[in-house]
Design a protein around this ligand. Structure first.
Ligand code: UP5
Ligand code: MG
Length: 190
């Protein structure tokens, strides 16, 4: 039996654009579960799975892991919540992600929140982050930014063309971004 359809919001933006920070706040205030694709992948690797080494290598290259793996992780996480609305942080990352989601999950997102932040600002933030992520070295950060720019462009064009993108400037203090985001959320999902 197919899983019940949920209202899915994709939160996308370059590395360090503030996706995790803002999703935490929305999740706290509106009791919406949020799943970070990157976190799910990092937990899978930490669990010592057979493909862990390969996945870690891909992440250290700043590349995108196979879509079937990511979509599988997201589907499993979604199946475990009864909430009819979910936030997904950091997915899709490329067209293959988007089309595999569409065919594996069977329906599309309701909205794409695009976090727009200048590259220099994102680089500064990640350089100063201190939670020890293996991909927060200068080399990998640069590749993550490059891949975001090149691989997300067609995904964003697609979602723009069907009117699903809401863009938020995230080159501002956390509270300022959140106050705009909170009001968008209230209008759309409460
Ligand atoms: N910070 C946040 N907001 C700030 C603000 N307004 N002002 C000043 N500082 C602010 O924030 C980053 C840092 O900036 C933090 O120190 C924060 O305090 C500060 P954060 O909220 O963590 O930003 P976020 O956008 O979540 O940055 P993150 O580094 O997590 O983004 P990525 O997209 O690079 O990371 P993700 O975990 O999504 O993906 C990692 C890798 O996994 C990818 O590169 C890829 O290899 C792989 N992946 C896939 O292959 N497929 C997927 O579907 C997803 C990931
Ligand atoms: Mg994050």
């Amino acid at each position: 039996e197919a899983a019940a359809k949920k209202r899915v919001v994709f939160v996308v933006g370059g590395p360090g654009s503030g996706k995790g920070t803002q999703c935490d706040l929305i999740s706290r205030d509106f009791s919406v579960p949020f799943f970070s694709a990157g976190e799910l992948i990092r937990s899978l690797i930490a669990s010592g799975c057979a493909e862990g080494k390969q996945l870690q290598d891909i992440i250290l290259q700043g590349h995108i892991i196979p879509s079937e793996v990511t979509v599988g992780l997201l589907q499993k996480a979604m199946a475990e919540t009864s909430s009819d609305t979910v936030l997904i942080d950091g997915f899709p990352r490329n067209t293959e992600n988007r089309t595999v989601w569409q065919s594996q999950v069977g329906y599309d997102c309701e909205m794409v929140l695009l976090f727009d932040c200048p590259e220099e600002v994102m680089l500064q933030r990640l350089k100063h982050r201190r939670d020890g992520r293996a991909d927060d070295n200068e080399d990998t950060i640069r590749k993550r930014v490059q891949n975001f720019k090149s691989q997300m462009a067609p995904v964003l064009d697609y979602y723009q063309s069907i009117g699903k993108v809401t863009t938020i400037n995230t080159d501002r203090p956390v509270e300022d971004i959140y106050s705009e985001l909170n009001s968008i959320w209230r209008q759309r999902f409460v």
